[in-house]
Design a protein around this ligand. Structure first.
Ligand code: NAD
Length: 351
């Protein structure tokens, strides 16, 4: 297994491997770049088929965090950690203790937080071993409600701000009467639907499970559609809020919307899809820009912040998107490529 010549290596500063036989822990921490500040990124526990697959995932995710934090105007770098194994089968408190020690061994170069397979309880165990564990408690809420540690409300509000900015740019209108199709009625998708409904949008929603969809139909007057129909609807906006790679050759072939703006990570199946969107005049809000509310939330929970400061920071997502759209128009380039360039301008050569 190669590291320095790995296709996803991309000048990572630090890649650390850790094994604790007694605790059953095999983990990797990847720190992509710390020019803007210490690296922050969640810890993912996943049943990777081998360590090579885990390495590829952690390198890709860690680099993504550098770009996400830079675009969110956070004085943070990008990093991520992965634990190899099925969290439902082999996760133990001893393993979380060992992971806490591993994070601590990097001396503050990397802060961890929640990701798939890792809960707030797991982080609280890690936090007994290290001060570099984020997401263990929450005190601020952008709307002044009780914070429960889940960043999804901030993510959903940030996506809402982003949808508004995208619609203003593409359709020169506010959200009243705008037709929005949302894929995924989960933690973020449902909350986004509530914001959009309150702003007067007409909603079309789908999920592979009925609960969220039924609720949206009942409480928000949404129209339920089948999962395979959501990207081909005659709507103004599609908001991917489920899994990655949902903007692909198949969905593009039926897409009618003029705006793509949603919460999912890695929405474009490949980079060139961004160019196709630009050529077709479709405004794409780059995923790591519009969905940065979660990392912004974690940052404020750790600082001596306030509800208002958190909200102001989330509102900046709209300004950043406007900057990207205007530059993309002026340069005739894809918004996804412009976002990468701006992020690199911010984090490269700052060290
Ligand atoms: P979630 O698991 O609560 O919700 C995802 C929903 O999508 C689920 O209800 C699931 O059933 C549905 N779904 C999955 N595949 C589908 C399909 N093919 N068609 C229709 N529905 C489908 O997750 P979440 O926390 O709401 O996050 C949504 C997306 O946003 C994810 O891609 C996540 O990585 C990203 N994201 C989330 C946060 C956050 O704070 N939670 C932050 C940044 C990015």
């Amino acid at each position: 297994m190669s590291v320095f010549d790995h296709s996803e290596f991309d000048n990572h500063e630090h890649v650390a491997f850790y094994h604790d036989e007694k605790a059953g822990l095999s983990a990797i921490i990847a720190v992509h770049n710390t020019n803007l500040g210490p690296a922050l990124g969640g810890c993912r526990m996943w049943p990777y088929i081998n360590s090579a697959e885990a390495l590829t995932d952690v390198l890709r995710l860690s680099k993504g965090m550098t770009y996400k934090s830079a675009m969110a105007n956070l004085k943070l770098g990008g990093g991520k950690s992965v634990i190899i194994g099925d969290p439902r089968k082999i996760k133990t408190p001893e393993m979380m203790t060992a992971m806490g020690k591993f994070v601590d061994s990097l001396g503050g170069k990397y802060f961890t937080a929640e990701d798939s397979g890792i809960s707030v309880t797991d982080l609280q165990i890690m936090a007994k071993e290290s001060e570099f564990i984020a997401g263990t408690k929450a005190q601020y809420h952008y709307a002044g409600e009780t914070a429960d540690g889940n960043p999804a409300p901030s993510t959903a509000y940030g996506v809402f701000v982003g949808v508004k900015a995208s619609v203003e740019h593409a359709l020169k209108s506010d959200l009243n009467g705008v037709r929005v199709a949302i894929q995924g009625m989960g933690h973020v998708g449902y909350r986004l639907a509530e914001h959009l409904h309150n702003a007067g949008a007409k909603l079309f929603v789908t999920d592979i499970y009925p609960e969220g969809v039924d609720r949206a139909v009942k409480e928000l007057g949404a129209t339920a559609v089948a999962p395979e129909e959501i990207y081909g609807l005659d709507v103004d906006v599609v908001a991917p809020c489920a899994m990655g790679a949902s903007i692909n050759d198949e969905t593009l072939s039926t897409l009618k919307a003029k705006v793509i703006a949603g919460a999912a990570n890695n929405q474009l199946a490949r980079e060139e899809i961004g160019d196709v969107l630009q050529e077709r005049g479709i405004i794409y809000a780059p995923d790591y820009v519009i969905n940065a509310g979660g990392v912004i939330d974690i940052y404020h929970q750790r600082m001596s912040s306030s509800n208002e400061a958190l909200r102001d920071h989330l509102d900046q997502i709209g300004d950043t998107l406007k900057e990207i759209f205007e530059r993309a128009d002026a340069e005739g380039r894809a918004t996804s490529r412009v976002a990468n360039v701006i992020a690199e301008e911010r984090f490269k050569n700052k060290g």
